[in-house]
Design a protein around this ligand. Structure first.
Ligand code: FES
Length: 103
């Protein structure tokens, strides 16, 4: 079953920015791309690095540790050394809050 979690205010993540959040023991990254919100696992699939410590460029995020990159809309691994896709989560806005769905 799906559960929606209210994770931050929408203005805590400006366009072009990302925010690390935690839901229980899950590390999740929330992204704002042109005022559309996305969420993925925040831990790189290659090693233990938080993607929010890396660089967001449009809808791709680059890991700070070895430069792997992912499409944040789809989770698709885009460049070496990453070859395992990221888990993605649905988001929605409720009033001025961003919510993330865990299912
Ligand atoms: Fe992210 Fe190696 S830990 S590319």
């Amino acid at each position: 079953s799906e559960v929606w979690h209210s994770v931050c205010a929408r203005d805590e993540v400006q366009a072009g920015a990302m925010l690390p959040i935690e839901i229980g023991d899950m590390h999740i990254a929330v992204y704002n791309v042109d005022d559309e919100y996305f969420a993925t696992d925040n831990i790189c699939t290659h090693g233990f690095a938080l993607l929010t410590d890396g660089f967001l460029d449009g809808d791709s995020v680059e890991c700070a540790l070895h430069g792997g990159c992912f499409n944040i809309r789809t989770g698709k691994a885009l460049c070496e050394p990453v070859d395992v896709d990221l888990r993605t989560f649905r988001t929605r806005l409720v009033d001025d809050r961003v919510e993330v769905c865990i299912d």
